[in-house]
Design a protein around this ligand. Sequence first.
Ligand SMILES: [Zn+2]
Length: 232
Amino acid sequence: MNPGKTIPEWESKLWSYVSAGDGQHCPLYQTCDARTSGTWCPDDNKHLLRRLVNDDNFQVEKFNNVITPNCGVNGVIGQMLVKLSDRFLAKHSAGHPPVPTELALLADEPNNIEIRPISLKRYGGALWRLEDGWIIYLNSNDSIPRQRFTLFHEVFHILAHRATPNPVFKRMGVDQGSFNELVADGFAMLVLASEKWVKEAWQESQDVDKIAEMLIAPKALIWFRLKYLQLV
Ligand SMILES: [Zn+2]
């Protein structure tokens, strides 16, 4: 396969950002006008954001200082991520929430993807590459909403991997670089909680718990999504 021939320009651009450097920092970090003029920077707050999306006992008060970024991550990179997630969600032909878990199986057609829940000590999930496909391990100790979030996070790594010529990793649980983890989290958020679904749900009930239940997504993630869409 030669994905370079078939993928659109915006997508190549996204993968070039994702594979820039060691993946630890935002590729726009050094030159970002927003950051240097004092705007809240997601790259400087990666650990806080990770804590947020991993928080199963979510309380708004703990994250009051998280704000919607007005920078390249939300702008240039964010727009490409939205395109990527929209294209992926188009495979869900029924088009209504919640996104089915089985959608993940279509991330690398025609290759096979197996989802294997197992008890993991350190990770929420891990990815294993086979000759002709993938195994996504999900931590069976996690809640179902959290496993779904991890699942689509791993899907992002699969999409990234199939678009880049060099294997990003071979082993289980290898860190892809903390900035790439942030982007993978962003993709998972966009898949589980697309703008359309979240806005519709918000119109119906302005209740984070209800929306999280409907989309089968972690509550913290839904809150952050609402924040991102400037609905809360
Ligand atoms: Zn990851």
